[in-house]
Design a protein around this ligand. Structure first.
Ligand code: NAD
Length: 246
């Protein structure tokens, strides 16, 4: 059985991707932030994955910490035997205009969104290289492609992920490993529930399809990138935004 790791999978897009890949037949390693509430949510996600007849186990780790990721990847390899798919999904926002953005807000977003991709990809790619196969999928954002006022830190981290995706594709392509990114637009999750009505209305006005995206619409594209149907697709950024920009 093939194994998929999804980081930050206790809620939102990550939880939906975990369930979709379980439905696709993957055994699932559910990473979650080491807090009591994330643990409880992740355990529910594991139960829902298990309903598809696959193995699903929770692995608490703060993915911004290098040593914690190294230890977690070792534990997942020991438990499942192979690592076939890595979805770097964990992310946070700490929005504010640059003039008022603190150094702490900048550093926190870069650590969770950007450094985590280094921490996880480095350790997982070592396993995939020995297998000579694997799919790595990174969650970027339209903010990383086009910028967004109030998201200097977030758009920096997501633009970096696009560079990391292309570099990973080039470094590991000859070893049978693909690496792609998805760039969601405005998707209905706890992350976007924080926006004001005025911010939401302004976003929707710019979207060709005049609606928010659903988490299942991200999970569907990730499922394709994790499957053999995408075997000759690598280093790409797939925008999933309902036509936010064309
Ligand atoms: P969310 O806040 O609902 O979920 C994020 C998850 O990451 C949570 O489960 C959280 O606990 C986890 N996480 C945070 N810090 C962590 C850490 N240090 N270690 C481990 N886990 C950690 O957000 P979401 O909307 O589901 O976002 C998922 C991904 O999609 C993020 O990378 C986000 O930037 C990206 N994205 C979301 C949208 C959107 O509209 N929702 C748009 C573009 C990109």
């Amino acid at each position: 059985m093939a194994t998929a790791i999804i980081t930050g999978a206790s809620q939102g897009i990550g939880a939906c991707i975990a369930k979709r890949l379980a439905k696709d037949g993957f055994d699932i390693a559910i990473n979650h932030y080491p807090s009591e509430s994330d643990k409880a949510n992740a355990e529910n996600v594991a139960k829902e994955c298990q309903e598809f007849g696959v193995k699903a186990i929770c692995f608490p780790a703060d993915v911004s910490k290098y040593a914690d990721c190294e230890e977690m990847v070792k534990a997942i390899k020991a438990e499942f035997g192979t690592i076939d798919v890595l979805v770097n999904n964990a992310g946070i926002t700490k929005d504010g205009l640059l003039a008022r953005m603190s150094e702490e807000s900048y550093d926190a977003v870069i650590a969770v969104n950007q450094k985590s991709v280094f921490n996880m990809t480095k350790h997982v790619a070592t396993v995939m290289m020995r297998q000579r196969s694997g799919h790595i999928i990174n969650l970027a954002s339209v903010a990383g492609l086009y910028g967004n006022p109030g998201q200097f830190n977030y758009s920096a981290s997501k633009a970096a992920i696009i560079g990391m995706t292309k570099t990973t594709a080039k470094e590991f392509g000859s070893r049978g490993i693909t690496c792609n990114a998805v760039a969601p637009g405005f998707i209905k999750t706890p992350m976007t529930d924080k926006l004001t009505d005025a911010q939401r209305d302004a976003m929707i006005a710019q979207i060709a399809m005049k609606r928010y995206g659903e988490v299942e619409e991200i999970a569907g594209v990730v499922s394709f990138l994790a499957s053999s149907d995408s075997s000759y697709v690598t280093g790409q950024v797939i925008e999933i935004s309902g036509g936010l920009s064309m």
